[in-house]
Design a protein around this ligand. Structure first.
Ligand SMILES: Nc1ncnc2c1ncn2[C@@H]1O[C@H](COP(=O)(O)OP(=O)(O)OP(=O)(O)O)[C@@H](O)[C@H]1O
Length: 309
């Protein structure tokens, strides 16, 4: 089976709310694809439709070219963690995995393999009801990995993890992609996907905002802005604007230059005898690039100082 997810023109409404509004994107093998958007953007609804748990009004979602409902051995073709709390609280972790394996015709030895992969060996006998959020996330991933599927769909797997858990999850996502799997991971925080995603599908209000590689997004957001620190602001402006740059005053001792490389700026200031104390290319963080993209797509924005959640 080809390790892909293909979403074409998906649309879903709940009453008056359009949760997903004509969404199309492709998740490719060997990559971690981050599925990012503000709260309520339609990520979970899309994932549920891909997994056949919700019926779209329009459009299709295909896993390896086929709808979920027509997969013959679903757990071996796609692994999903959509709700990490969906485990019977009195059941032990290993017991739960054995039960899922048995119900899907998978060998019991795979249970110990996945327990090992997710680092739950020391807690496999304990009942899941007493698990921390991080342990429940690990158990959810173990279920998703049971059938050794080429496609993985994980809804907010990093949510609520401590820094050690986040680092572990990043490593796991990267290694799953390195094995050639297609990995779709949602998050409402871009920072959670920094260092782990190769590709980004950004959504807002149920619509596609961007479908881009992380590298391209960063390059586009950085633009070609260069910051120049100089006490001789007006001379610098004259020299640089005269050579064709777009120059804006940033503060009393700084200029922002667009349309000229840092090397050329240094050369021109040198030739013109204009003193300067620093020239720096602006490089955007993934978070900045994301904020820029989703500026108009946030449903609930707090007032000054709040995060808008
Ligand atoms: N079962 C449901 N009944 C009614 N409305 C729903 C239902 N599920 C989702 N919605 C609405 O659809 C929209 C999209 O929700 P969804 O959970 O898919 O977004 P999300 O991007 O996953 O958000 P979050 O990051 O908060 O999990 C929201 O406005 C939500 O309130």
């Amino acid at each position: 089976m080809e390790a892909t997810i293909e979403v074409r023109g998906l649309r879903k409404r709940y009453g008056q709310t359009v949760a997903v509004d004509g969404l199309s994107f492709m998740v490719r093998p060997g990559q971690v694809t981050g599925f990012v958007g503000p709260n309520g953007a339609g990520k979970s609804t899309t994932m549920r439709m891909i997994m056949g748990l919700d019926r779209p009004e329009e459009g299709t979602a295909l896993i390896g070219g086929r709808p979920y409902r027509s997969l013959r051995t679903p757990l071996c073709e796609v692994g999903a963690m959509l709700d990490s709390a969906a485990v019977h609280p009195s059941r032990g972790a290993r017991h739960h995995l054995l039960w899922v394996a048995h119900a899907n015709g998978l060998p019991a030895r795979r249970v110990d393999e996945v327990i090992d992969i997710v680092g739950l060996s020391g807690a496999a006998g304990r009942s899941a009801g007493g698990f921390s959020l991080g342990m429940r996330q690990r158990l959810g991933i173990a279920v998703a990995l049971l059938g050794d599927p080429p496609v993985l769909i994980l809804d907010e797997p990093v949510n609520g993890l401590d820094p050690e858990g986040i680092a572990w999850m990043r490593g796991l996502l990267r290694s799953l992609a390195a094995e050639g799997r297609a990995v779709l991971v949602s998050s409402h925080l871009m920072s959670e996907l920094e260092d782990s995603a190769d590709h980004l599908v950004v959504v807002g209000r149920g619509r596609l905002v961007a479908d881009t590689s992380v590298r391209e997004l960063l390059a586009a957001a950085s633009g070609d802005r260069v910051l120049v620190r100089t006490a001789s602001r007006s001379e610098a402006m004259t020299v640089l604007a005269g050579a064709g740059a777009v120059v804006a005053a940033t503060d009393r001792e700084a200029l922002t230059i667009v349309g000229m490389t840092a090397e050329r700026i240094v050369a021109l200031l040198g030739e013109g005898g204009v003193p300067f104390s620093g020239v720096a290319e602006h490089s955007a963080s993934l978070e900045e690039a994301y904020m820029e993209l989703t500026r108009d797509a946030v449903d609930f924005r707090g007032t000054a100082g709040s995060s808008g959640e």
